[in-house]
Structures are given as structure tokens and as C-alpha cells.
Design a protein around this ligand. Sequence first.
Ligand code: MG
Length: 380
Amino acid sequence: MKKALAILGSTGSIGKQALEVVSIFPSRLRVAAFAAKDEVDLIAEQVKKFQPRLISVLNDDVKAKVEAKLAGAKVEIYTGTDGLMKVATVADAKTVLVAIPGSLALSAALAAVKLKKDIALATKEVLVAAGELFMNEVKAAGVKLFPIDSEHSAIAQCLRGEDKKTVRKLILTASGGPFLKTPAEKFAQLTAKEALKHPTWKMGPKITIDSATLMNKGFEVIEAHFLFGIDYANIEVVIHPESIIHSMVEFVDGSLKAQLGAPDMRVPIQYALLEEERQANHWGRLDLTKVAGLTFQKPELTKFPCLQYAYDAGKAKGTLPAVLNAVNEEAVSQFLKGKFNFDQIPAKIKAVLDKHQNKEAANLEEILAADREARNIFGL
Ligand code: MG
């Protein structure tokens, strides 16, 4: 039977690649609904190709433009946050792919879980800002959670068939970003243009900057903690610039399992959407004889303090991880606008973290309030 998907963020990098996966497996997957922002041509094209029953777009203006392009095609079009929620909770979808940034993703993912929908999770904010709350809801609803990230997909694959009690540590690999070899003294001169050149992965601007600061890896540490139930002390980050090994697990007997492959997000997306069933790969394959070598090094925490901030916030729990996520989003957005240079990103984040009075994150409202407060402090 075909599995129906709701895709939150169909025009983003992950959403577009997920739709490629859907078109490779037409007998397995279909799109029941999707939410996108304002890329009118692409939205209209996606409606024609994937024939969802309903979609959501940013606002009425975008809706009118999409309708004009569709010339009577049968699709219900909704707008704004209400529309996004309609997509996340659409009756026939078994799985909701969450690939939109920000706190909207959090509310939408929680609503989908409450309706017992499985989640394919690409948005980092969900587990970073509300990991405990979200995992409790996932457990209570008894739904499946499939990570869409090369690292977490790799770890899930390494853990297959293993007893979790035999895990010694998770080893997340990091490319190191574009400034791995740049001396820290030069960071004060670096602008968004230089930071947007990621060495291996093609991604959106926000996550590309997060890769350059290593905040992305810090967020992945927090996600790994929640996804796999492993203590922070047993999650290690190793810089691996070739991005061939997507992550590893070390077991108590000293054995390491690694997952390797061509750096192509469609592979973990396919693995997640097909619920961890292995099917032929239609994209690139890894030719080991063409790999010159695999190298590893320790991350330099003084040079990339954002990774440390993520470990600290994760261990502190409460509202601090939500604050970290919010203030990082603000800092990256300002950096991308050219308001300051690369060295100021961690400094601005640290200033807000230091001011935050950490408290228990008992419900979504408290998490969202901490998020708002952090953004306000950042703006002062
Ligand atoms: Mg990743």
C-alpha cells in the first residue's frame, strides 16, 4: 500500500530532495499534503506533479498567484500558521516530514504526534528546543521517529540489531566547515559570503553557517542524546573533513561500527521515508578506491566555542537549549545580513546564554516564552 506523506517545507532543500525520493518510489509513497512558503512557480509545479489533496502557502497573495498558475487543478489551498497546521494534521498522512525552520516546526510536529502520525524529522529545532517534551509525546503516542540527518541516520543504522546497553559511545562526525583550517585570528574579518561556501554538503544558508560555527554539530549532539537515549558524556564529536563516514558507534568490546556512503542527503531521506527498509539507491555510490584517505581530528573548542555551548546547554536541560536555539537563529540571521562578522556569532550567543535564568521546560508555552525572551534580549 502507498504510504501518504505530509511534507512541511516542500520547497526547501530537504523537501525538494524528499520529493525526488517520492518520485523514485511511486508505488510506495504519495504526497497527501505539503506546506511551502512563497516560491510560486515551484509550488505550482509540485502540485501538478504530486497531486496533493491540500497545500498551505505563506499568505493570500501567494495563494492567488499559485491558483492563477494552477488554472483549476483540484487542490485545497490554505495559508499561514493555520494552513501549516492543516497540513501537519491532514487525515490520510501516516508520516509527517518536518523540514521547516523555527518554532512553527515545533508546534506542527507536536500536533502531528498527538494525532499518532510518524515523524520524519529534519528540523533540528524540535529536539534541540524541546527534546524532553517532544520525546515524551512520541512515547505516549507510540509513534515512530525517523531522523533525517546523515549523522543520526548513520547512528540508527549502526545501532540496528545491537543492545543499547552495549554502547560505549556515539561518535558524530563533522566536516569541520569552511573555516577548519582558517586561523582564529582571521575570524574577525570573515563575512557571510565566505561562510556560505560549505566544503561537502549543499544546504540552506542557516545550516551552512551553523556548520561553519560547529553549532550545527552541537545541535546534533543534543538530538543524538534524545533520539538514542545516550548521556552527553558518551557522545563525542570527531572532525572528519572527507565526510565519508557519516557517524559511528563504539561498543563496550572496543568494536566500532561506522556507516559510510557518498555525501548525498537523498540516501538518509530514502532510508527514513521507507521506514529503514533498504532499497536500491538511484543516486551516487561511494567508490572506496577513489577515496584518497580518511582523516580524523579533535574539534578545537576554543576556536569553535558554539560546540561547547551546545554541550553545556544540553546538560543544563530546562529552557536553556531553547534559548541557545533562538539566540543562534537571531545571530545567524544578523550575520547573513552583514550586521557583524564571523567572530561575533559565538560572542553574541554567549552574552544571551549568560543572562538567561534557566528553568524547567514543562510545556510548549514555557519553551516558546524562553525562545521569545532570548530573542528580545538579543535585540537589546
Ligand atoms: Mg548533519
